[in-house]
Design a protein around this ligand. Structure first.
Ligand code: FBP
Length: 249
């Protein structure tokens, strides 16, 4: 029987997580302004916005994590500079993450990349180590690479969700398909693994973004793990408030 390792990040089975590893993934000049370039600002938004958890890479966690909300440390990462098939390798151990106070660890898998087997293998080991330490292994599963035509189609998103189940993830973070009907197939395919929607670039309006979140919850999703749609908002705490109402309804 699968122990509910995600409980540190759940309120009545639902959750909203604040992601902030974009400084590595996209670079500061792509995503940040003078305010949100400072990780202390994000720590504050996570706490005051009553998020169920915050996601940092280890360097940011070492310097800025202040324990006001549960921590997830991302164990792999890559920059946006290399071209070609995507691969993201481990840069922090489970042990180090836990010693920084992490109550969960995260790992990105580019499903469909010619390097997917390397990431499967690394995640497999991480999952075993995480479970030995009693913390959940959360998989960001992004179908990507030359062989992936449409990364938000019903079939591809469900494949990502199912890969999370098969690989032993406690939760998956996947893209939204665009409507609750198709997203519910991904939730069914995950067969009990918690399903979080990944935010993506900031939507044109708050309502556009919240409509997606509503669809995720209607489809039986657990919640969201988002970054830019919150901390790029002119009023991040007001957005956090709207998000909370939509997730916890
Ligand atoms: P956002 O809500 O800002 O999209 O963050 C979610 C996330 O998964 C981050 O954890 C990660 O840095 C980023 O998206 C990856 O983005 P991309 O899809 O460009 O690789």
């Amino acid at each position: 029987m699968n122990k509910e390792r995600m409980s540190a990040f759940l309120t009545e089975g639902r959750s909203m997580l604040l992601a902030y590893d974009q400084g590595l993934e996209h670079g500061p000049s792509t995503d940040f302004n003078d305010r949100n370039v400072d990780p202390a600002t994000i720590m504050d938004i996570a706490a005051k916005g009553k998020f169920n958890g915050v996601v940092f890479q280890k360097g940011v966690a070492e310097r800025f994590y202040d324990r006001r909300v549960p921590l997830i440390v991302k164990l792999n990462g890559k920059s946006s500079l290399p071209k070609g098939e995507p691969v993201s390798r481990q840069v922090c151990s489970v042990e180090q993450a836990v010693s920084l106070g992490a109550k969960g660890v995260g790992y990105t898998i580019y499903l469909g990349s010619e390097f997917e087997s390397k990431m499967f293998r690394e995640f497999g080991k991480i999952q075993e180590e995480a479970h030995e330490k009693g913390v959940p292994a959360i998989a960001w599963i992004y179908p990507r690479g030359a062989s992936v035509q449409n990364d938000t189609s019903k079939e591809v998103v469900a494949y990502a969700a199912r890969a999370g189940l098969e690989l032993g993830a406690d939760a998956v973070k996947i893209k939204y398909t665009g409507d609750p009907q198709t997203f519910s197939w991904a939730v069914k395919s995950a067969a009990g693994v918690k399903v979080f929607m990944s935010g993506g670039p900031k939507a044109p309006t708050d309502d556009d973004f919240l409509r997606q979140v509503k669809g995720v919850m209607e489809a039986g999703g657990t919640g969201v793990a988002v970054g830019r749609n919150v901390w790029q908002n002119a009023d991040p705490l007001a957005m956090a408030d709207k998000l909370r109402k939509t997730v916890f309804g």
